[in-house]
Each structure stands twice: as C-alpha cells, then as structure tokens.
Ligand binder design. Structure first.
Ligand code: 4AD
Ligand code: MG
Length: 482
C-alpha cells in the first residue's frame, strides 16, 4: 500500500519509494517532454509541485493530463525528490496521475488567479480553495486549539453553556427569538400578506408552548458560566453566540464565537491578568506554528503584522482607567475636532471604534486595558465600584491596534442586595433571574470573567480588515446564503 503524504509534511525521500498526493490542481504547465502540476491539499500555502516526465509515465496518465485543469481533484503517485526549481525544496517525480473530479475551466469561478475578498464572499463555498481564506482557516484552527490548550493546562474546566436561553445576558435587546415552525400544519395556515404584498402562510410560534416561555439564541455564555465557576472555581466556555445587531461594520457578525473564562475568588485585576497571559500564549503559539501563513499575510495585507504580534507577546499591556482614556481623547480631539467622526467625548460616552483604535494604535501603540467604566453604559451584572463615588463599575475592555475592542469583561456583582438594586435600575425582573440570584444566596463569592470575540482575534492575528474573512460562513444583515 502506498502511503499518502500531505504537502506540508513532504520531505525528500531516502528510499525512493513512491507516495500519494491527493488534492486540487492550482496550475498546470506543459512543455515538450514535461508537465508541471501544482497540487494543493490545504495543508500548506503552496501545495506541492508534481513533475511528470513523458518518458516515465504510462499511457493512461498521458490521457489524464489532457483533462487536468485548474480546480480539478487529482491523485498523483511518485517518489519525493529534491526539487530542481528554486521555489520549493521537494517535488514529486510523478509516475502516475489520475483525475478524480473534473473542473470545467469556463464555468469555474476561481479559474482566474486574483479575486477581491469581497467577490470571494459571494463564493463562501469555494473560497477556502484560495490562499488567503485557507491560510485564515489554518490560523483560526491553531488559535482555537491553543486557546483550549491554555485553559486546560491552567486547570480550567471546559463547560458548554446552552445556545437556546431564556435570558438576555447583556440586556441590550439584540436577541434572535427562537420559534418553532409548524410544518405539518403550514398548508392549513391562513394566508397573510407580507410587506411587499405577497401571499404567505404566517409562521406559527409554538416555542412558547415548547419551552413554556419565549426562548432566544444566546448572546453570551456568561451567566451559565458563572454557575459552574460558583462550583468548580475556574471554568471557560467557547462556543457560538448570536446578536441581532443591525450593523454593517467590519467588526460585527450576527453569529460569532466567544471564549468566556469565569473565575471564582477573583477580582478584576485577575481577569485582566488572565486575558493578557492567554492572549500572549495563543499569539506566541501562532508565531511559532503558522510562520508561512503569517508571512503571507504580512506580505499581501499588513506589512507590520509580524512585528506587531511579536510586540504583543513581548510587552506588558497598558492599563488605563476609563476616566484617563476620556481625558486623553479630549486633549487629542481639542487639537482638531474636525478630524473626528465622533468628537463629543465625556464621562458616560460609549467609546466608538474610532476612539478605541486611536488609544491602541496612536496613543499607546499597544494592547490597552481600559477599566472602571461608567455604570450607565454597562450591563447589570457588573460589580459596583465602591471606591469611585458609585459612578463606575469594575469592568474592563481590551483594545488592540487594528481592531479596537477584542475583550470585554468584569468583576461580577456578588452581593445579593446590590445586585437586586442594579436589576431594578435596569428594569429587569428578578423572577427571571431567580437561579442567578441563588448563586448570591448560597455561598456567594467574588468572581470575574471576560469574553473574547474569537473572530476579532482571528481578524487581528491575520491582519485582515474585515471580520467577514475570519469565519467560514459570515452571517450579517442580509447574508445567510446557505
Ligand atoms: O463585550 P461583550 O458584549 O461582553 C459580553 O458578552 C460578556 N458577557 C462577556 C463576559 O464577560 N463573559 O462581548 C465580548 C466580546 C467583545 O469584546 C467582542 O470582541 C466580541 O465579543 N463581540 C463581537 N464579535 C463579533 N461580532 C459581534 N457582533 C460582537 N459583539 C461582541
Ligand atoms: Mg463589550
């Protein structure tokens, strides 16, 4: 049996035995006595070159060569030898090639070499065959693996919190409602008019019967995470979250993934410390393991990328209070307010991406924690900051160059009475959160945690401009193609 070798693992053979290469053809060049077929199997950037000498191949292979086009799938057989060309170190001295699936060149949307990232978004099913999206996918996978590795090695328990929930963790009202579609009865439903005047059967929402109350897709696993932290100490979740944010920005998705550690017996400083250590660990992992892909991003998308990532690993993150952040911004904006889209900044302002990026990129050129935010712009569960005149909560955001907010976290309000007051202030019904309040009744403990937007991390590490490149099938307003 002939072993299969992935392009990334291909090394010059010592015994001259053949191997199999299985992948998709990127290019084919034919000369008088030779053909060069570049096969990409997704394991690395450049795939592997297969050289077919017409003297060494059988009749069948010669016929097959006529069917080889960009995009077709092939199996190639031959020994791995030192490459004659300068581009690569090893190549396949192919003796056999078989086309597995043809790819008609005139119909194949990726037949031409260069495409804009925007155009590729319309081909989400084919774009992983491009250098950029495949490299993002590899780096994303390495990031996910190293996030688990970090938490596992530091004794955190991985908890999967539900995607269907009855509570709005962030209280921002950006929930997708979960409804059931009564397909059996669909034809017997009354016809109603849609907004543009077409007949449709109304959708029957029986989810209230199903769950006994309205249900939603979760915006965050935090509240569930807190219950397990209140029993097991250190836990983390890592899963999909959903927000019906009607924003067409380069930083927001309707479906994204969040990494949410939650730590008992921990204050806000511990949460910041953990976020810094975790980020340094995973970025170092990628620097060590994804050199080829990062070099590609540095060359084609973001010249300063690798230096910036190396700096993130090497330097302590800056920590400033929200009040200081406002002061720095006011001083800078006063110099020339016309340069700013949002020049009004005062205590109570929710910082916009423009403000966040100025702090991280221009002011500090570093990852920056901003802590002690005004109570008025933050969620009900954040711990009141007793030292700060009652105006702020123990919350933090981590801002990074190129992206802005990457992490949001806080120390949680562990005092039952204070939490009840805060819920009242935000018009939340304590009955809906009885179980959450129980955690404050039975062995309450100071605890803290944060949420890292995984796609924002991928965007940052890959030097992409738009978060829509950081996830396989981006969902945003108007876009859920399949
Ligand atoms: O700041 P957020 O809203 O915090 C929470 O949800 C907390 N419950 C987390 C916690 O403390 N356990 O969201 C956390 C992070 C943001 O910093 C951002 O990186 C990302 O999630 N995020 C989004 N990423 C992509 N698309 C969106 N629509 C996002 N909304 C938030
Ligand atoms: Mg936030």
């Amino acid at each position: 049996i002939i072993p299969r070798v992935k392009a990334v693992d291909a090394k010059e053979s010592t015994d001259g035995n053949p191997v199999l290469i299985k992948g998709w053809v990127r290019t084919i060049r034919k000369q008088k006595t030779l053909a060069f077929v570049e096969v990409n199997d997704g394991s690395n950037m450049n795939g592997i070159q297969c050289v077919l000498s017409f003297d060494d191949i059988d009749e069948e292979t010669k016929k097959e060569l006529a069917r080889v086009t960009t995009g077709c799938s092939v199996v190639v057989e031959g020994p791995l030898v030192k490459s004659q060309g300068g581009k690569q170190t090893v190549e396949v001295a192919a003796t056999k090639l078989r086309v597995v699936g043809e790819c008609p060149g005139d119909a194949y949307p990726l037949a031409k070499k260069r495409h804009s990232l925007e155009y590729l978004r319309t081909l989400a099913h084919l774009r992983p065959r491009t250098n950029t999206i495949a490299a993002v996918a590899r780096v994303r996978s390495q990031l996910a693996g190293s996030i688990h590795a970090f938490f596992q090695k530091t004794g955190f328990v991985y908890v999967q919190t539900p995607l269907i929930t009855a509570s709005d963790c962030e209280g921002a009202g950006e929930l997708f409602r979960v409804t059931t579609l009564d397909i059996d009865n669909a034809s017997s439903l009354p016809l109603v008019k849609t907004e543009d005047g077409k007949d449709t059967t109304d959708i029957v929402d029986s989810s209230q019967d199903f769950f006994g109350k309205p249900a939603y897709l979760t915006v965050s696993g935090q509240l569930g995470g807190e219950t397990y932290a209140s029993a097991m100490g250190d836990i983390y979740t890592f899963g999909p979250t959903f927000r019906a944010e009607n924003s067409q920005t380069t930083r927001h998705l309707a479906e994204f993934h969040m990494v949410e550690p939650e730590m008992a017996f921990a204050d806000l400083d511990s949460a910041m410390e953990n976020a810094e250590q975790m980020l340094k660990f995973v970025v170092k992992h990628v620097l060590d393991n994804c050199q080829e892909d990062l070099t590609f991003f540095g060359k084609f998308y973001d010249k300063g990328l690798i230096a910036r990532l190396e700096k993130l690993v090497a330097q302590p993150f800056v920590r400033i209070s929200y009040r200081d952040a406002i002061k720095y911004l006011q001083e800078e904006i006063a110099k020339d307010p016309s340069k700013w889209q949002f020049p009004e900044v005062e205590f109570g302002t929710d910082l916009s991406t423009e403000h966040e990026r100025w702090l991280a990129e221009t002011k500090f050129d570093s990852a920056v924690f901003v802590y002690n935010y005004p109570k008025s712009i933050k969620a009900f569960y954040m711990r009141d900051n007793d030292e700060d005149g009652g105006e702020t909560v123990n919350a933090m955001d981590l801002l990074v160059p190129g992206v802005g907010e990457l992490v949001g976290g806080s120390q949680r309000e562990e005092r039952l009475d204070t939490l009840l007051d805060k819920m009242k202030e935000q018009d939340l019904d304590p009955d809906d959160y009885w179980w959450y309040l129980d955690l404050r009744r039975f062995g309450s403990v100071p605890h803290s945690g944060y949420g890292l937007g995984f796609e924002r991390l991928v965007t940052y590490v890959c030097g992409m401009e738009n978060i829509r490149e950081a996830i396989a099938f981006p969902r945003y307003p108007g876009h859920a193609e399949f």
